[in-house]
Design a protein around this ligand. Structure first.
Ligand code: UD1
Length: 343
């Protein structure tokens, strides 16, 4: 069977993708330096799939260590590259760390892949590359203009996309699929794996579930004076399991579709925009738990509204994010309750 190397595979999206790959019959080797994830995630994956993925505790910016992994696993046919630092605020404080981690690891990975004639890479990008699209570009498809990045984190996503394009331009054997994620949320329905934020969550749903669990006294809603129907910001929240399945489709396509282009880009979202206040309401309806919140000022750098046009992914990948939002929110709460030992 074909083996996929998953960098950052003990992380949030990486672990869910590993499960879906294994359930579709792929063998998986994870590389992760555990800088923002736990080794216990491997047990969660095994509890779901019945077997542990192979694992190497290495930094994929280290050429020698990564080269060893490719020497050990001769059957790697493709790589999904999740490993990256992802906190927007921290990236503003520590830009060099972000450029070294996120850009250095991609360069090293591409070098090692070339050395071992592994020619397929799926890259984790973000809708952050579109910034705030003009109203005529909402919902956002893949042809919307790329805007100057608002943070070093966002810039690393843009630069990495360019590195992949430049390398593919000269190396015609290299095939790449760039996946631009909207806002991934939720946890595996088994609650064996889920999101494990470090410290105080910056993202909305982990803050909501921690407030529901009583770890935070209240949620702060950043702004209700935006030009949106209820005044709060609008995002496209996509179930992490649906997102994970898109990666399997992307790998299948790279390995089997004759008509594919050398570099392909897909927006991965539901196509539905949801406001912060709507999400809180849906969470309360889905779980029966009240979320105390107050409206505070806008968060610097926030985008007012963005949601995906997922038509290309729907048609070309044959994939659709269709899990109902309340089911998604219930999965996040089930996971939070499990890790906090709440009945
Ligand atoms: C953020 C990043 C984005 C990154 C993504 C990774 C910014 C500007 N964007 O996206 O680049 O790819 O995380 O997951 O930081 N909200 C509250 N209260 C909170 C937390 C969030 O009201 O305590 C609101 C925000 O204002 C926003 C929405 O919830 O309107 C979603 O926020 P968040 O989960 O941080 O995601 P993004 O800002 O979309």
């Amino acid at each position: 069977m074909a083996r996929i190397l998953v960098t950052g595979g003990t992380g949030y999206i990486g672990s869910h993708t590993t499960v879906e790959l294994m359930q579709q019959g792929y063998d998986v080797t994870i590389v992760d330096n555990l800088s923002n994830s736990s080794i216990d995630v491997l047990d969660g994956i095994a509890a779901i799939t019945g077997r542990k993925p192979e694992f190497a505790n290495i930094d994929c910016g280290n050429f020698v260590d990564l080269d060893n992994v490719f020497n050990t696993y001769h059957d790697i046919v493709g790589v999904i590259h999740f490993a990256a630092s992802k906190a927007v605020g921290e990236s503003v404080e520590k830009p060099l760390l972000y450029y070294r981690n996120n850009i250095g690891s991609l360069i090293t990975l591409l070098e090692v892949m070339k050395r071992h004639q592994v020619q397929n890479i799926v890259f984790s990008s973000s809708c952050t590359v579109y910034g705030q699209p003009d109203s005529e570009h909402l919902p956002v498809d893949e042809t919307a203009p790329i805007q100057p990045a608002l943070s070093p984190y966002g810039n690393t996503k843009q630069i990495n996309e360019e590195i992949i394009r430049d390398e593919a331009h000269t190396d015609k054997d290299l095939h790449a699929t760039i996946l631009r994620y909207f806002n991934p949320i939720g946890a595996h329905p088994s609650a064996q794996i889920g999101e494990l934020p470090n410290g105080v969550p910056q993202n909305l749903l982990p803050f909501v579930t921690q407030t529901a669990a009583g770890l935070r006294p209240e949620l702060k809603v950043f702004g209700n004076d935006y030009n949106t129907p209820d005044g709060s910001c609008i995002r496209d929240y996509i179930y992490v399991v649906d997102l994970a399945k898109a990666h399997v489709k992307a790998i299948d396509r790279m390995l089997h579709a004759a008509d594919r282009e050398q570099v392909e880009v897909f927006n991965l979202g539901t196509g539905n925009g949801l406001s912060v206040l709507e999400l809180i309401h849906d969470f309360e309806e889905a779980t029966g738990v009240k979320i105390p919140y107050t409206i505070v000022g806008r968060r610097e750098g926030d985008i007012e509204q963005v949601w995906a046009a997922p038509k290309k992914a729907n048609e070309v990948l044959g994939w659709k994010a269709d899990t109902p939002i309340r089911e998604v929110l219930a999965s996040a709460w089930k996971w939070e309750k499990r890790i906090r030992h709440i009945q």
